[in-house]
Ligand binder design. Structure first.
Ligand code: ARG
Ligand code: GLU
Length: 714
């Protein structure tokens, strides 16, 4: 009987567990490989990652540190999301040449646009270095000293681990400090913009549809990696040539059907799947609501200006989109955590955890873990909240304060490193702020400031006393009429002269004075205590992970995302978010016309696309006369997976990941396979836009189009 019960539990766990998780590509042999095969994969783990031969991983690129992209031709052509290339597309745009609005298509290699400062990183190989990194660590008792020793070991290994001169070693921690992995990487520095659809395709539905299914966005753009004549990374040069990759992804024209195997290969940024219930409670009840309220206020102001003024719209488009993105995600995340009873589920698990601690005689090691977590989360509450208020108000959403903060750091450089460092840093700051001011509008920022400083003063714990009683509109008016930080010219005058003069003038500036007051307060009264408690929580989390691995050996543990290369897999599937509602897994161009609002800034449709739809001029890309646009599947993805390839059972590209469904955004904290879905553009829609809409046939010709389902050619 007991055996039968255990068998049933294990079976249920396995059935559910088959989905979810972001796995390390070099460690798929065994459990992952068999799960993937069970889901329909027709490749081996070695086809995905091979240390000695080319494999799928050689086509996967970390796109400028944030997104993912993939190589799709032998000439270094790369596909990523429109929203990942957005900053670059915007920076090449003016009111006369508005590539955000009209799209951009380079007609040949010479017309591709350079993006100074942008990088693309490939992973050469992956190595477990846990033993070396943790050498001599276990005998140290202070957490601080432990971390120092680990940092020392890491930096030594980073220099000593064998690599080629143009490569880099990067070490990251997995399982909350229980495992360390080294990545040998190659970073390319000459990345050029090749193509982008107009925003009415690439960003169709904009913020209203963001994080929402059903979706109809052609969220893609094209870039190209350039290398030197030896095919190695090099700074931009007109003599560079298109990079020849070790592998690029063939593109399937056969599409997807419900229950097809899919995997997503990319660089997920951050998840927190093993938090205790106390932490999740704090996120849902305290931290998310505060951040949402601040961003809500900032976005309303910006939106008002952007709708009335085309210049402001271009200036703020990229900033607005990025602030709006997480604002909306946090709202969905909080709702999803509540609806899925994540806190209760965690509490139930914790109860079982405590039982197993006792049953296994582990009271000494793990007995007080949960109580310590509870105590720590209580103690850190106000500090975390004050920190979020500071970050959101000063660093993130009020531009004058964020510039002021750069100058605050400059003043710190003077006091800690002296004159020479100060001057170098000053020149750099002046240079780098030029492009910032190009997109700055003081009237917009003034209104944002007025709202946020009031919220900050009234609602944040641990703020300077006079912020509570300040006359916010008067302060705002004073600062925005008198501070030199409201224009690039002003900034340059403020930073003129020798260090003494500059520091004197800076400290007379009203805007700067406020930044300094807030930043001093942060570094004196918030950060030290926050850091101390956070370090302790990190140690608890590491021990909690170790305990789970030990006490729940039947569990299926994937490491939290940490911006390293991962595989997640699942199947194409619809879902039922609410009673009586069922969402199908594929959308079509007909849906674009259903959403079409002529002239609207989110739901306009370009005339040429309307014609193509009317004439059903879909070429080889349609399926049964209909043009698929997006699809969803059970792949467990997160921020950073944008631009990741969706790959079929045989290793061909079928789609481009760009979002998750609203009801499933809590998957960063609590993944539930019944409603968590990732959203992808169907690659046939991408090809259709490139070919039929843009007429860029030369790009299609570079690619390798295949029919894995209907013809045996791969
Ligand atoms: N939600 C997707 C992601 O997290 C798409 C974001 C695009 N930005 C936007 N505001 N529409 O990146
Ligand atoms: N749009 C996200 C990104 O930029 C991916 C969607 C998600 O968070 O799952 O990475």
């Amino acid at each position: 009987m007991r055996i039968l019960k255990l068998f049933i539990i294990l079976f249920v766990v396995q059935l559910h567990a088959q989905q979810g998780g972001m796995w390390i590509p070099s460690m798929l042999k065994g459990m992952n490989e068999s799960e993937m095969t069970a889901l329909g994969m027709k490749m081996t783990a070695q086809d995905i990652y091979d240390a000695n031969n080319s494999s799928l991983k050689d086509a996967i690129v970390h796109f400028d540190g944030g997104c993912t992209s993939e190589l799709i031709s032998s000439k270094g052509l790369m596909l990523t999301n429109h929203h990942c290339g957005y900053g670059e597309i915007q920076s090449h745009s003016t009111v006369e040449h508005d590539y955000l609005q009209d799209g951009f298509w380079a007609k040949d290699l010479n017309s591709e646009l350079a993006n100074p400062g942008m990088v693309a990183t490939l992973i050469v190989s992956i190595h477990d270095v846990t033993n070396t990194v943790l050498e001599g660590v276990s005998q140290i008792s202070s957490e601080n000293e432990k971390q120092k020793k680990i940092a020392d070991n890491i930096s030594r290994l980073q220099t000593s681990f064998p690599k080629e001169s143009w490569q880099e070693n990067k070490i990251k921690t997995f399982y909350e400090g229980n495992q360390y992995i080294l990545f040998v990487t190659e970073t390319f520095k000459d990345i050029r913009l090749v193509g982008a659809p107009p925003s009415s395709i690439g960003k169709f539905g904009s913020d209203t549809d963001n994080w929402v299914w059903p979706r109809h966005t052609g969220d893609f753009s094209l870039f190209r990696i350039y290398a030197n004549k030896d095919n190695k990374p090099a700074e931009y040069s007109k003599d560079n040539v298109p990079y020849t990759p070790k592998h690029f992804l063939p593109i399937s024209l056969d599409g997807v059907a419900e229950n097809d195997f899919t995997m997503v290969f990319g660089f997920p940024g951050r998840t927190q799947e093993y938090l205790p219930s106390f932490a999740v409670e704090q996120i849902v009840n305290t931290l998310n609501p505060a951040k949402i309220e601040l961003r809500d206020a900032a976005l309303k102001v910006q939106d008002g200006f952007m709708r009335k003024d085309q210049t402001i719209k271009i200036q703020y488009a990229s900033k607005f989109a990025s602030v709006a993105n997480y604002w909306k995600k946090w709202i969905g995340e909080s709702q999803g955590l509540k609806k899925s009873n994540a806190i209760q589920i965690k509490q139930n698990f914790e109860e079982e955890f405590q039982k197993r601690v006792i049953k296994n005689n582990k009271k000494n090691e793990y007995g007080s873990l949960l109580a310590d977590f509870e105590k720590n989360y209580k103690a850190i509450n106000d500090y975390s909240l004050a920190r979020d208020y500071f970050i959101e108000t000063v660093l993130r959403n009020t531009e004058l304060l964020s510039v002021g903060f750069r100058l605050y750091q400059l003043e710190q450089v003077y006091s800690t490193k002296g004159e020479q460092s100060f001057n170098d840093r000053k020149d750099n700051t002046i240079k780098s702020l030029e492009s910032f001011y190009k997109d700055f509008n003081a009237s917009v920022d003034e209104k944002v400031f007025e709202k946020l400083i009031a919220l900050y003063g009234q609602k944040s714990p641990l703020v300077p006393a006079d912020l509570k009683t300040m006359n916010y509109s008067k302060t705002t008016a004073d600062i925005y009429t008198k501070s030199k930080l409201t224009s690039y010219e002003g900034l340059k005058t403020l930073l003129k002269g020798d260090s003494k003069t500059i520091l004197k003038n800076l400290n007379k500036d009203l805007g700067y004075q406020l930044v300094k007051k807030l930043a001093d307060n942060y570094y004196k009264n918030i950060a030290p205590k926050y850091d101390e408690l956070n370090l302790e929580t990190g140690a608890l989390q590491r021990n909690y992970m170790k305990a789970q691995l030990e006490l729940f050996p039947e569990g299926r543990y994937f490491p939290d995302a940490n911006s390293t290369l991962r595989i997640t897999y699942g199947q194409v599937k619809g879902y039922s978010p609410n009673d009586a509602v069922y969402y199908e897994p594929v959308t079509h161009l007909e849906g674009v016309m259903e959403k079409y609002i002529p002239g609207d800034y989110e739901f306009d449709v370009p005339a040429k696309l309307i014609d193509l739809i009317k004439n059903k001029d879909y070429g080889q890309y349609a399926e049964n006369g209909k043009m698929p646009v997006c699809f969803i599947a059970t792949n467990h993805t997160t921020g950073g997976n944008s631009g990741s390839p969706a790959i079929d059972a045989k290793g061909n590209l079928i789609g481009l990941n760009f979002d998750r469904v609203w009801e499933g955004t809590m998957s960063d904290i609590h993944y539930d396979p019944s409603i968590c879905r990732n959203i992808m553009v169907d690659v046939r829609y991408v090809l259709f836009i490139i070919d039929k809409y843009a007429g860029a046939k030369h790009l299609i010709e570079e690619m390798e189009l295949v029919h894995p389902k209907t013809k045996i050619n791969k």
